[in-house]
Write a protein that binds this ligand. Structure first.
Ligand code: SF4
Ligand code: SF4
Length: 222
């Protein structure tokens, strides 16, 4: 899922300084799962914005709502139910949601309440870690299912770099060296020979280095 966290309140309050009424819009997708931008967090955010504005000597009308997903045009039309109730939207979706509403609602100013952080998962309560960088050319079949792009500090395709100590990365001593883990995992499947195969120079154009990416599925287009 996409993992995100709320921006500092001072930053959010600053965004809406000139607004008289806003719609705080939650997303019931990934950001609900990572407890950053679901309905509960949107209600809390609304209260905090009210308090922040009061502190600044201003008042603001806030409507709080939610969409099933803000990254899907199928659900964006549901915003119409709040027409006239806001002069800006504060979205608690990830950056995709903010972009999507901005793309599809030319007259609606949308402010981001979250910092979108990475694609990851929750291994422990209250803790999320990055697992995939969306590189567009997955190599997990070669690396024991562990991602060197997102999880190696240097995104090495031929690791380890030689700097790891006791299985920890030389860049972050509290983080596993993923290449050590790849080595150990391949060995456990009797596939250590894979470590000897030199990965060729990689074409990073699929990873967004060539501008915004697009996926078109002919079988799904009409
Ligand atoms: S290799 Fe690329 S697509 Fe596969 S998990 Fe890593 S970043 Fe994601
Ligand atoms: S120590 Fe391991 S994870 Fe860290 S940069 Fe080197 S190869 Fe990558």
């Amino acid at each position: 899922m996409i993992v995100a966290e709320r921006k500092p309140m001072a930053e959010i309050v600053e965004m809406v300084q000139d607004c008289k009424k806003i719609l705080v819009l939650a997303c019931r997708g990934c950001v609900t799962v990572c407890s950053a931008g679901g309905e509960r967090e949107a209600e809390i955010l609304s209260s905090l914005i009210r308090l922040g504005m009061k502190k600044a000597g201003k008042s603001i009308e806030i409507t709080t709502g939610s969409l099933v997903r803000q990254c899907d045009r199928e659900y964006i039309d549901e915003i119409d139910q709040w027409d006239g109730q806001y002069d800006a939207v504060v979205s608690t979706a990830c950056g995709v949601g903010v972009n999507f509403i901005s793309n599809l609602r030319k007259d609606t100013m949308v402010y981001p309440a979250l910092n979108t952080t990475f694609f990851g998962g929750s291994a422990e309560q209250g803790e999320w870690t990055e697992q995939c960088a969306g590189c567009g050319d997955c190599v997990l079949h070669l690396t024991g299912g562990l991602c060197p792009v997102a999880r190696c500090a240097k995104s090495l395709m031929n690791g380890p770099c030689g700097g790891s100590v006791d299985g920890k990365c030389e860049i972050h001593r509290d983080v596993e060296c993923i290449w050590q883990s790849i080595h150990d995992r391949l060995a456990s499947f009797d596939r250590s020979a894979q470590m000897e195969v030199i990965a060729p120079i990689r074409d990073w154009s699929t990873a967004g280095h060539g501008g915004p990416r697009k996926v078109v599925r002919d079988d799904l287009t009409v």
